[in-house]
Design a protein around this ligand. Structure first.
Ligand code: 7TS
Length: 414
């Protein structure tokens, strides 16, 4: 099993919590980091810490070279045609805000429509709400069915000549649903709309080629793919980046500055104002090397097998309701559930006492939960280092929760 091979690479997994081995089932929030990623961060700060794109001394040149090398690794990892299509951001959230601000303000006008889905993370919803309010544009939403699958016939009905943007998550962080982006993008393009894909939950877990997706913008976060926090990516078609005005203004994004006006560098530097998260962006390249060494197809296959096991084991626990598609080819390793005995937070707290880390709440998807008819869910999310014994521990923990919270008969009167 893949997990047995790679678990050794993750120092944190050797930890115990409350005297029990840590069972980490919250990789959709952030993944754990392999030793070589942690070492690479230390190496940067110990050996060549310097600002980039400005120093002419040796260690500054090394930092700049490694920063740009990392951009190249990421471009190759997602099948981009050139490194200049990769803009470093802080996160998926910042990448989407960049598009909403820079592209959106230049391209969205009053009466235009933006199509989203009912399963978006708040980071692919709130930036569009802000833009729509400013521009008097309208948001439309593709609904999902009882299995958590997007209703594409509704999508067809929503599309019109007013549609300027279709922004969709590749994989839901709650339902696990993998959306048919290629088909969605082709239909959007035929209607003249631009397409943004929130790939925060797909790029870390499966082979993703931006060419195959056929989108115009793709956003993802390094910290969910074995990399450090503070480094995210916006991939975009070069011609779009070239035509877009800047997002942030400041140092390093300019060609010539006069007191009243400035000219800007070419992409991607036009969008990287100021000192970026240098160490984090460099080390994201190390995380990409690590993932590629294992192989994204192998990671996807491992997660698919373990998702199957998780769904089957959880279905055996009395009173558990599972959300999301049942077909394994339509979903990833994110499993949200509810129980009939306790609030999701209480369940998560009992699991924590057993050393099991899961997330409980609305997972930054309040409209999705409203649509499911629940205020919150408990969520186990898998990655390459999880194994069947993690799932067995989860199931044992759920039995403990059931036992604790199940109504007991009143004590007999004496
Ligand atoms: N989009 C999706 C689909 C996500 O799952 C997340 C984070 C984001 C965007 C935002 O990523 P960030 O790196 O900018 O924060 N999802 C979660 C989660 O499910 N639990 O914690 C964070």
């Amino acid at each position: 099993m893949l997990a047995e091979r790679v678990r050794e690479d993750f120092p944190i997994l050797k930890q115990t919590v409350y005297g029990k081995p840590l069972v980490y089932l919250d990789s959709a929030a952030t993944s754990q980091k392999p030793r070589r990623v942690i070492d690479a961060l230390v190496r940067y700060y110990q050996e060549y810490n310097a600002n980039i794109h400005r120093g002419i001394y040796r260690i500054a040149e090394e930092a700049t070279m490694r920063y740009e090398q990392s951009r190249g690794k990421i471009a190759a990892f997602i099948g981009a045609t050139r490194p200049e299509e990769v803009v470093f951001t802080r996160s998926t959230t910042e990448a989407i805000n960049l598009v909403a601000y820079a592209w959106g303000r230049a391209n969205i006008r009053a009466g235009d429509e933006i199509i989203l889905t009912e399963m978006e993370h708040h980071s692919n919803l709130v930036p569009w709400q802000l833009l729509a309010a400013e521009k008097q544009a309208k948001l439309r939403f593709i609904p999902f069915d009882g299995q958590g699958i997007l209703q594409l016939d509704e999508y067809q009905r929503l599309l019109s000549e007013r549609t300027k943007l279709v922004a969709v998550t590749h994989q839901s962080n709650v339902l696990g649903t993998i959306n048919p982006i290629k088909e969605i993008a082709m239909t959007a393009h035929a209607a003249g709309a631009t397409v943004l894909v929130d790939a925060a939950q797909s790029v870390p877990h499966m082979p993703v080629s931006v060419g195959d997706l056929g989108a115009d913008f793709v956003a993802f976060s390094g910290h969910k793919m074995c990399g450090p926090t503070g480094a995210g990516v916006l991939w975009a078609r070069y011609d779009l980046l070239d035509a877009m005005p800047p997002f942030h203004g400041g140092g390093e994004m300019i060609m010539l500055v006069q007191l009243e006006s400035s000219t800007y560098k070419d992409p991607p530097h036009k969008f990287e104002a100021g000192t970026p998260s240098i160490a984090d962006c460099i080390v994201l390249g190390e995380a990409v090397d690590y993932l590629q060494g294992i192989g994204m197809a192998a990671i996807r296959a491992h997660e698919q097998r373990l998702t199957d096991y998780t769904l089957r084991r959880l279905a055996e626990v009395e009173g558990v309701t599972l959300f999301g598609p049942r077909q394994l080819d339509r979903r990833g390793g994110v499993v949200a559930f509810a129980t009939d005995v306790a609030h999701p937070h209480d369940v998560a707290q009992v699991l924590d006492q057993e050393g099991i880390a899961v997330r409980a709440g609305h997972h930054c998807t309040q409209p999705l939960h409203r649509r499911l008819g629940v205020a919150a869910t408990t969520r186990a999310s898998l990655y390459l280092y999880n194994n069947e014994s993690d799932i067995d521990a989860l199931v044992r923990g759920l039995h403990v929760a059931r036992h604790l919270f199940s109504p007991r008969p009143a004590p007999a009167k004496r």
